[in-house]
Design a protein around this ligand. Structure first.
Ligand code: HEM
Length: 542
């Protein structure tokens, strides 16, 4: 049982080697922390709740509680019982309905509101979290939301600043992504049951759909670090789907289980020092050996997410003539030799491991060809929608994080005798953030629904334009929210760490979203060109 102390017990620890403080009726022995944080000596033996909340956010207590708390005040009332982890189903689960879609099962939503969830700050979560009805989400989504949120809040969020500064997310977190079935759920296809024994605890494979996938990425992004999300799914989310969709069965059977388990890592190697969004001009070369059994690969790849950690590289290579019809995709294995990787220093997403890759005479068996020779452009294009949607999901949640942090801070910080929230200029900033977030998110939900209702090639054709437009919308929304949050936090978001730490980090991460996966300029132009092309096929009349 937790120990209880009287206020007098605490007061007797106001000096000497073992200072104690009270925060929210809990008692902390801060002796091991006082050298690092000398200000604690000033409040030793006292209730320091007010000072504490002035200078910190919840993350600090989550991180240090286990280490420093020794008990509670004897006057503290027992906390109310925590809510059940997942709301009970409102009605019997609907039978899964097979569809022609790439995710073969679409559990229909009930259209009824789910139980309210989270802190209920308006617009800080999607509206279906807050008791509003949705046609897309049912109790299985609500259960997954809770499962992921608990994991992120307890094991990830308190440490992301440390990991970002160290430029590395610990390996056990990636391993848990495998064991929790999350890697398997993030492929943009059916849940790959045959290739992994791991399952997502709260959703059975036959019910898994694209809204579960969206929600998983959304909740991971709530930690407020692009580096974290890219470290966990940046390479995998774009490097693995081409293998699963276009790889030959023996190759997939051999390597996919290790990848899904979180034991082996994979990334996508397309961009080169001289070729970014114009993938048709790639130069990394793969020459077939005379016996026709191997390709010999030579060339360089730049800005490759997770490259330094990766065992496998899903790589775009030139096997034929110039232009898009001479490209192929090869799965290159690091252990073949001739692959070297070095970390690049970048503006943002520090813990994601952005990498410069060099291939020197790497011998790749022809069995590792993904798709057909010289038809790699199709493989690359098919992947883009999935990648861009992933970027959109993250950008919307990062925008919400900027908004939520600002809203909380605006309720505690006072200037000119008023809380920030009582200044109309600050409310205006929050309102502009909220309207952009909701517009972007509602378009995203619609696109996810369309993807789920269409066969993959149809989706690639019909939705490519809209997804490109949405990608640009989401990165501009994110940039705007990071900027406005930064203005609200002032100096606190200019220095790293502390209360404005998430904002400072996310501001640095913005360009990592606005440039890769198709820059804003290219996306906006494509959104028009592609949509006009498709709609003229539909019989558009101008
Ligand atoms: C269990 C108790 C406490 C813990 C674990 C703790 C921990 C921390 C940590 C880790 C930071 C670094 C910045 C951040 O990550 O937020 C910090 C900053 C700070 N803390 Fe504490 N703290 C505690 C209590 C207090 C109390 C009682 C006071 C005031 C009397 C205080 C005043 C400050 C100040 C002024 C800063 C600098 C804020 C800034 O740079 O804007 N802390 N604290």
């Amino acid at each position: 049982m937790a120990k209880t102390f009287s206020k007098e017990d605490v007061a007797s620890h106001s000096k000497g080697d073992s200072p104690w403080v009270i925060i929210d009726e809990d008692v902390y022995d801060v002796s091991k922390f006082q050298d690092e944080h000398p200000v604690l000596q000033r409040v030793a033996g006292k209730d320091a709740s007010k000072q504490f909340w002035k200078y910190h956010n919840e993350g600090i207590l989550k991180k240090y509680k286990a280490q420093l708390q020794i008990g509670s005040l004897d006057t503290k009332k027992a906390a109310p019982a925590p809510p059940a982890p997942a709301p009970a189903p409102k009605k019997a689960a609907p039978e899964p309905t097979p569809t022609a879609s790439s995710s073969s099962v679409t559990p229909p939503a009930t259209g009824e509101p789910q139980d309210p969830y989270g802190e209920l700050i308006p617009f800080a979560d999607p509206s279906w979290y807050q008791g509003y009805a949705s046609p897309y989400f049912n109790e299985s989504h609500a259960a997954l939301r809770d499962e992921v949120r608990q994991w992120v809040e307890s094991e990830i969020e308190p440490y992301v600043t440390e990991w970002d500064e160290a430029k590395e997310v610990p390996g056990h977190i990636y391993k848990q992504m495998g064991e929790r079935g999350y890697l398997a759920g993030l492929l943009g296809v059916h849940f790959p049951e045959k290739h992994t024994p791991y399952r997502v605890k709260s959703v059975s494979p036959d019910r898994w759909d694209l809204f579960h996938e969206m929600l998983l990425t959304d909740e991971l992004s709530r930690a407020g670090s692009g580096g974290l999300v890219w470290s966990l799914i940046g390479g995998y989310g774009i490097g693995c789907p081409p293998l699963v969709k276009f790889g030959k069965k023996p190759l997939v059977d051999r390597i996919l289980p290790g990848i899904l388990a979180g034991d082996k890592r994979i990334c996508l190697a397309i961009t080169e020092p001289d070729a970014g969004s114009d993938v048709a001009n790639l130069g990394c070369e793969a020459k077939l050996t005379e016996d026709g059994k191997h390709y010999i690969v030579n060339g360089e790849k730049k800005w490759i997410t997770n490259g330094i950690y990766s065992d496998y590289f899903t790589t775009a290579v030139r096997t034929g003539k110039d232009g898009m019809n001479g490209l192929s995709v090869l799965l290159i294995e690091r252990e073949a030799g001739g692959v070297s990787t070095r970390r690049m220093d970048c503006q943002g997403v520090w813990s994601s491991g952005t990498t410069y890759v060099t291939f020197e005479d790497v011998k790749v068996p022809v069995e590792n060809l993904i798709g057909k020779e010289n038809q790699g452009f199709k493989v690359i294009m098919t992947n883009f929608n999935h990648e861009r949607i992933g970027i959109v999901i993250q950008c919307v949640r990062f925008s919400r994080v900027c908004y939520e942090e600002s809203m909380k801070y605006a309720h505690k910080r006072k200037t000119f005798g008023k809380r920030l929230i009582d200044h109309p200029v600050i409310r205006m900033k929050l309102a502009h953030m909220a309207r952009q977030i909701e517009a972007t998110y509602n378009w995203l939900e619609n696109i996810i629904y369309q993807c789920q209702s269409m066969e993959e090639t149809e989706a690639m054709l019909k939705l490519g334009g809209a997804i490109a437009g949405l990608k640009a919308q989401s990165t501009q929304c994110f940039e705007f929210c990071a900027r406005e949050a930064s203005q609200i936090f002032g100096g606190l978001s200019y220095s790293r760490g502390g209360q404005g730490g998430k904002i400072e980090r996310l501001y640095r991460d913005v360009r990592a979203y606005a440039i890769p996966g198709g820059s804003e300029e290219i996306m906006l132009d494509l959104s028009m060109r592609q949509s006009l092309r498709v709609h003229s096929m539909f019989g558009m009349k101008l």
